[in-house]
Design a protein around this ligand. Structure first.
Ligand code: BGC
Length: 426
């Protein structure tokens, strides 16, 4: 087979999305009318905090998974600045022990978007103190969970958070200010560098981060479209890749400056990949760097767009990030597909894209589907199910979708094995 021995097959979840609310920035956000488009709240979400985590992980193991990616909820671990909650660390310890007993290697993301209320009230990622506070959390979590974590990711998709919460008003803190967005991205990269150093100091597992890596391509071979696509790719992808490679933050992430500890601050890189955006020049869209997204068909709701399905883009981004010289994991790949009609084929084609990248030299070590079970999809609420397991929120019952079995079959076969012809969308 194409994929290396020991390849990790799993799914990804994040604390707030499956555990439900706690004292974090989303608790406040969800209580404001109109913020969650379907009017729902996270509530107890998929019940993970109360005990469903172990049961869902058992379902994953029964489907043949050998890994899982989950995150820790900062607001539970540090409910007030500098005050840590041992019981919350113990609860995560129990989930990690259960995962180990089930034969699942766990990638733990230290922070997946949500901030404790105290941190959001202090200015969120625009608070110059927050990177240090995050590093302190990293040290504490690294110590408390030493030996129980297979891989650590410091942060999840910092550019997504910067876009949705700072450049736009879709997520907290809802600033709608592009400059604030780039500052928030820069601050998260600084926080990553500090947390990386702390985790390396206190424990032995590999440490990396998960980056969202959409493909941006020009819609027409026209200088305006080409320039807008390049600008969006640089702002969202290129600048952060360059930052972790060289340690330099370059415009638009502020004035050029070197961040101590950032250069090479990864033992692996995680890629979250959903799709491709076709960029068309639009003089009226300065906040989008003069590019409008015109890909068709596209996977979208009224408010959010994950782009056009394009497995080739995953191969390309794996090869691109592979040049940084570290092992790679696909830390998220999945589809909003309530009917589950398209998801099985989506999974086959994206695993084929991973195999294609491996054949071309990329060192890919694992693949995590977003997501194991339907969960709280941020501003979409409960209206955008991504789970291999469908969740009946009224009863808490899970039902395996067809894609759960399709993924299990891929895992049993050790991959999809044959290079499919991946048509290039236009
Ligand atoms: C995020 C997840 C989210 C998924 C689907 C990713 O970028 O990390 O939290 O649920 O996209 O929108």
């Amino acid at each position: 087979m194409t994929l290396p021995p020991g390849f990790l097959w799993g799914t990804a979840t994040s604390s707030h999305q499956v555990e439900g609310h706690t004292d974090n920035d989303w608790t406040d956000w969800e209580s404001q009318p109109g913020r969650i488009h379907d009017g729902t709240r996270s509530g107890a979400a998929a019940g993970w905090w109360a005990g469903q985590a172990e049961e869902d992980l058992a379902r994953a193991a029964a489907l043949g998974h050998n890994a899982h990616r989950m995150s820790l909820e900062w607001s539970r671990l540090e409910p007030a600045p500098g005050r840590y909650d041992d019981a919350a660390f113990d609860r995560y310890g129990a989930i990690l022990s259960a995962a180990r007993r089930l034969g699942l290697r766990v990638m733990v993301t230290l922070n997946h978007f949500t901030l404790p209320r105290w941190a959001s009230r202090g200015g969120a990622w625009l608070d110059p103190q927050l990177p240090e506070r995050f590093a302190a959390l990293a040290a504490r979590a690294g110590d408390a969970l030493e030996g129980q974590v297979g891989l650590w990711a410091t942060l999840n998709a910092p550019a997504v958070l910067a876009t949705m919460g700072y450049m736009r008003t879709s997520w907290p803190p809802g600033l709608g200010d592009p400059i604030a967005g780039f500052r928030a991205l820069a601050a998260q990269l600084e926080a990553h560098a500090l947390a990386y150093a702390q985790l390396k100091r206190v424990q032995d597992a590999p440490v990396g981060l998960a980056l969202s890596v959409p493909l941006f391509e020009y819609a027409r071979r026209d200088s305006g479209d080409v320039a807008a696509a390049r600008a969006q790719d640089w702002a969202f992808n290129g600048a952060k890749f360059r930052a972790i490679q060289t340690g330099w933050l370059l415009p638009p992430l502020g004035r050029p400056r070197r961040v101590p500890g950032l250069r090479g601050s990864f033992d692996f890189i995680g890629l979250n990949y959903y799709g491709r955006f076709a960029v068309r020049f639009d003089a009226a869209a300065p906040k989008q760097l003069f590019g409008r997204h015109v890909q068709r068909p596209t996977v979208a709701t009224e408010h959010n767009d994950w782009g056009q399905i394009c497995p080739r883009g995953l191969t390309e981004q794996l090869l691109r990030l592979g040049r940084l010289g570290a092992p790679l994991y696909v830390t998220e790949n999945g589809l909003y597909d309530p009917s589950d009609e398209a998801r099985p084929d989506f999974l086959v084609r994206h695993v084929a894209a991973v195999e294609d990248a491996v054949r071309k030299g990329a060192d890919v070590r694992g693949y995590f589907v977003w997501s194991l079970v339907d969960n709280f999809e941020w501003a979409e609420g409960w209206a955008a199910p991504f789970g291999l397991l469908a969740l009946d929120r009224a009863t808490g019952e899970r039902r395996a979708r067809g894609s759960a079995e399709a993924y299990a079959a891929i895992i049993r076969a050790g991959g999809v094995g044959s290079p499919p012809t991946v048509p290039t969308p236009n």
